[in-house]
Design a protein around this ligand. Structure first.
Ligand SMILES: *[C@@H]1O[C@H](CO)[C@@H](O)[C@H](O)[C@H]1NC(C)=O
Ligand SMILES: *[C@@H]1O[C@H](CO)[C@@H](O)[C@H](O)[C@H]1NC(C)=O
Ligand SMILES: *[C@@H]1O[C@H](CO)[C@@H](O)[C@H](O)[C@H]1NC(C)=O
Length: 244
């Protein structure tokens, strides 16, 4: 009887070691590398932005330039709500080229912490600067609150999703509409008639669902650590079955 118990405990230990090794080998996000999509996905409300960044090739651009650009980047990330609150047709009325410019306008080719933004000299160049017009952003601050203004919209710079060189990502609750595309003189500013609802961005509505995989893994991990004796017995018996 004692021998059987000892054998069981040995098997159990062996199986737990195998299990621990299997868990250790599970791919972990490599620390150090900046993963913009992961940062935005963790935020949970940037589906439209991720799609637009992807479609405009900016995901790969920023991701690859982050490795070489010594200045870093700052991304102002409009939420799905911000895109949904745009006038109907505002986004879909843009040509592909202008959509890219709109996205580039949300990125500065330099890393700014929030306190940098409080003292930065206006206007601040964006990735869209260089083409005709200024494509600059103006920042004003009071206390710890920073506002960003395009001349068309002004909004607060909120919640830093990431604030660590070389990449800063800040939530904004409005899409930063550049005066160059949406200013008074631009025809894009006033879409003539509300278009059909199919023109409004719809991707965002599906965005709330949290990704289940991460949580499931965490729960499994916690359960694994909290194994009671009964579970050890169970695992031992299971392993004996598997290994025999
Ligand atoms: C980017 O777009 C490609 C092609 O449509 C798609 O396969 C990929 O999953 C997208 N990536 C992200 C992060 O959405
Ligand atoms: C920032 O903008 C908000 C409106 O969005 C305004 O109420 C507030 O006074 C502004 N703050 C600064 C520092 O400009
Ligand atoms: C931004 O600031 C600059 C310099 O202070 C000013 O000339 C320009 O008119 C401002 N632009 C907007 C859109 O507020």
């Amino acid at each position: 009887m004692a021998f059987a118990s000892l054998t069981l405990i040995l098997f159990t230990s062996f199986c737990l070691i195998l299990r621990a090794q299997a868990q250790a080998q599970a791919p972990a996000p490599s620390s150090g590398a900046v993963d913009l999509v992961a940062i935005l996905q963790k935020g949970g409300q940037y589906t439209t932005l991720i799609r637009l960044l992807n479609e405009s090739q900016q995901l790969t651009q920023i991701q690859s330039q982050l490795k070489s650009n010594s200045q870093g980047f700052t991304l102002f990330a409009p939420t799905d709500n911000a895109f949904q609150n745009l006038k109907s047709g505002a986004l879909n009325g843009l040509s592909d080229e202008k959509k890219v410019q709109l996205i580039l306008y949300h990125v500065t080719p330099k890393y700014y912490s929030l306190s940098d933004l409080l003292t930065v000299s206006n206007p601040v160049r964006t990735q869209a600067s260089g083409s005709e017009g200024s494509w600059g952003l103006n920042f004003t601050g009071q206390g710890n609150q920073v506002n960003v203004s395009t001349g068309v919209v002004e909004t607060q710079v909120n919640n830093a999703l990431r604030q660590q060189f070389p990449l800063a990502v800040y939530q904004v609750d409005k899409v930063l509409l550049p005066a160059e595309l949406f200013g008074a003189k631009s025809p894009a500013a006033a879409p003539k008639s509300p278009k059909s609802s199919s023109e409004t961005p719809t991707v965002g509505k599906a965005g709330g669902a949290p990704s289940p995989s991460g949580n499931a893994q965490n729960e499994n991990g916690a359960a694994g650590r909290n194994v009671g004796f009964g579970v050890i017995l169970g695992v031992g018996l299971f392993c004996m079955g598997v290994l025999s």
